[in-house]
Design a protein around this ligand. Sequence first.
Ligand SMILES: [Zn+2]
Ligand SMILES: [Zn+2]
Length: 338
Amino acid sequence: MQQLMFEGTGKLAWRQQPPLVLARPTEVKVRPLVVAACDLDRQIVRGQSPFAPPFALGHEFVAEILEVGESRTWQVGDVAAVAYQPSCGTCKMCRRGTTSACQRVPKTSMYGLGPVAGDWGGALSDVVRVPFPDAMLCRLPENVTPLQAANASDNLLDAYRCVGPQLARIPAGSVLVAGSGGISLLVVDAARRLGAGQISYLSPDRLHLERAEALGANAYPVKTWPDRFPSHDITVDCTNDPRALHALVASTAPGGFCTSPPMYFADVTLPMARMCMRGITFSTGRTNGAAGLPRMLEAISKGELDPLAIQPLIVPWREAADALLGGEPKVIIDRSLS
Ligand SMILES: [Zn+2]
Ligand SMILES: [Zn+2]
């Protein structure tokens, strides 16, 4: 089978791999049909992550079932969204919804990140194994397409958690998003759909600014991150820059919320005195893919969220490498276009 491998900064290549063997009869084999590039993938291919090559890339996906083993829930040919983090659904952490810390898989398990995340293979492959199909696979609602569902368990959920619960607490609250990447634009779109007041978007990238403006934000170019932004009720850090993170926290209004979805690979300091005096809630951490997936598919089905509103670049399978190395905020690779 073919697999797209990350082999070094700016280097992606399709490689032939031996046939995939299931570890247990309870696992299923799937064929990825649609794969979305996560913001983390952008960092990886640009050499901005500590994850050492080579490894198979891709973790946001919808797949067709190829082989069902002992499963009675799934049949060959079924199509399902796959949670990007393997998780069992039955251990103590999974039962409380913290599926990102499942106790039956290696720590920080996810697809598309190599041995450091459990060596589960990557979604840009002909075949992928799903260790706990009943916990990790989710049927698509009738009116949801694989293209719409591809990033439901990861970037869409990540964007929703930055503004969804916060706007429920502060209806029509103002939202400030800083940075770049698909999540930053998904946040803008989700905020508008969920009733945010003024939405401000700051980025050094012209393409991102244009997309954010088209989604309803007031977009402002920045060359270097300032010490402070105007105060907003809800702030979202998509910068991967400790200085900008600091400024966003400092610009969060009293009783407001600041969320930082990207992965920082080293510790950073936060303005704790200001956070305390203003009563700011700060959150970060990896999303709980399997726990959040059904709710995201329901939100797409009901029109509450639209992952395609940010105008992702949709390309055939054979163009995956070039597209991942390009400058588009969000890329989706569709096997049916090949
Ligand atoms: Zn991701
Ligand atoms: Zn578990």
